[in-house]
Design a protein around this ligand. Structure first.
Ligand SMILES: [Zn+2]
Length: 499
């Protein structure tokens, strides 16, 4: 395989009150556990399930199972059509053991990626959604473990129809009178849904008007003029995701002490079991689910490029942490030895710049792999045949290395072999000039690569560049010069005029 070395550029966790004897030592716990152990044995015998089961001691139904079913074979884990049929088979197996009744589960879209496939079945009762937590069954198949996992959040609601005796207008008037002292407060997006209301026995679901007003959500029973609950606005089915990462400055005069800051990671893939979306340029996206532990973000810029970290060349790098604050989710890529977050950030910025110049999606690189942490001593390379850029572990923090190689990839995809590997030194030098110029143009830095104008090595390099003829100014010529620094515009124009 031919390589072009560019040597220089390179749960419901049961919270048991800590009073008296631990719940695990109570008679009630022992009794419930005995019942659940028996249920687990029966479940395995009746469904052919092999694996782990955990139960919710309040609802006495399983909360998660993880393993496999004897009669369910997963033949194509990333084929969404086949996986839908697998997931449907799982649902029919577990249906008798969950709270949702027959006909209450509506399937969402199957999502597939390099980690496996997943789906959410939403529980709906006579067409009405369930709000305020619960009401879903999530199934995921992991490629790494070859196991199916089922997360059961279904709730016990009868399918018997409930008569709606109160009109929306009557419900709104009731709320204005009882909650807002007669003020004509109008709710936004009024709707009817099943909502959990606490009672002496725990919780029961009521069909209510959900009236979201200034700061409060008021739940009014549809059958009788009763306000079931007034709650601060917490019911939410959509979350804003902010993707952030640790990034080094793109322009520097000193390659050791480059300032590090937190920046948005634009265009990354944002996934939940129901959504698979790319963040916008500012690393923002809205996902339609609040269960943030399922949130996954990957360093994948559409189908243009994705970032992996040596030695694992198959797994696209995922976020290091997810946190939640109100309705904002934060997905964070930390700094690491390979500076992978930094490499993505600068590659994304560079690609964005190039996209604006080219304005034709067909001419972008496609499925280009950027490998960080590669065991080169320094710099980066582009392997055109392998459609791969490799960045050495100590060049990940240098924006110009990944920008340079990515510019090469774009020059090839736009101009094909016009300047690439032509065996004509002048043309090959042109290819190099583009890769030197474009990162400088994108970062709006007047000097190519980096370097203090007064740096003797840089001056030496400038002298060298101006002494070589275009015939010598190709990759091989660059390789003889350490720390190339040259005024990008003059080099570019000079070469351009030389053609
Ligand atoms: Zn190059």
């Amino acid at each position: 395989m031919k390589r072009y070395f560019h040597c220089i550029f390179f749960l419901s966790l049961m919270v048991v009150p800590l009073m008296g004897i631990p719940y695990e030592q109570t008679e009630e716990y022992t009794q419930k556990q005995a019942i659940l152990n028996e249920r687990a044995v029966r479940f395995k015998a009746e469904t052919g399930f092999e694996g782990d089961i955990s139960y919710n001691l309040q609802s006495m139904q399983f909360s998660t199972i993880s393993g496999s079913f004897k009669e369910i074979e997963v033949t194509a884990p990333q084929d969404t059509v086949i996986m839908r049929s697998v997931f449907d088979q799982v649902v029919s197996k577990v249906m008798p053991y969950i709270s949702a009744r027959e006909g209450q589960l509506k399937s969402g879209k199957v999502n597939s990626n390099m980690n496996g496939s997943g789906i959410i079945y939403w529980q709906k009762v006579n067409g009405y959604s369930i709000e305020g937590g619960g009401g879903s069954l999530r199934i995921h198949y992991s490629l790494a473990t070859s196991q199916l996992s089922v997360n059961n959040g279904t709730v016990d609601i009868s399918s018997d129809p409930i008569s709606i005796n109160l009109s929306l207008e009557q419900a709104i008037s009731l709320v204005q009178e009882k909650v807002f002292d007669g003020a004509e407060v109008k709710p936004t997006n009024p709707r009817i849904a099943y909502v959990p209301i606490d009672n002496d026995d725990g919780q029961a679901y009521y069909l209510c008007y959900v009236l979201v007003n200034q700061g409060y959500t008021v739940l009014v029973d549809v059958s009788e003029p009763i306000i079931r609950k007034v709650a601060p606005n917490l019911i939410s089915r959509s979350f804003n995701v902010n993707v952030l990462g640790n990034v080094y400055n793109g322009v520097y005069t000193d390659i050791v002490n480059i300032p590090l800051s937190q920046q948005s990671m634009g265009s990354v893939l944002v996934q939940t079991p129901i959504d698979s979306l790319y963040a916008d340029y500012f690393g923002q996206q809205t996902v339609s689910d609040s269960i943030y532990t399922w949130l996954k973000t990957e360093l994948r810029n559409h189908e243009i490029f994705h970032v992996v970290q040596y030695p694992d060349s198959m797994t696209v790098v995922q976020q290091d942490s997810v946190s939640v604050s109100g309705s904002q989710l934060f997905s964070f890529f930390s700094d690491n030895n390979a500076k992978t977050a930094n490499a993505y950030y600068h590659a994304h910025h560079q690609q964005q710049f190039l996209n604006e110049l080219v304005a034709d999606d067909m001419l972008q690189p496609w499925m280009l792999k950027i490998t960080t942490n590669y065991p080169y001593t320094s710099g980066g390379t582009i392997d055109y045949n392998g459609n791969t850029i490799r960045i050495s572990h100590n060049s990940g923090k240098l924006s110009h290395v990944v920008r340079h190689e990515l510019s090469h990839a774009n020059i090839l995809s736009v101009l094909l072999t016009l300047f690439n590997n032509t065996n004509d030194d002048t043309k090959d030098a042109m290819d190099e000039a583009f890769a030197v110029y474009l990162p400088c143009a994108a970062t709006e830095s007047p000097y190519c690569i980096y370097g203090n104008q007064q740096d003797p090595q840089r001056i030496d390099t400038m002298n060298h560049i101006s002494s070589v003829t275009p015939l010598d100014l190709n990759e091989r010529a660059y390789c003889r010069v350490p720390n190339v620094g040259v005024n990008s515009n003059s080099l570019f124009l000079w070469l351009f005029e030389g053609i």
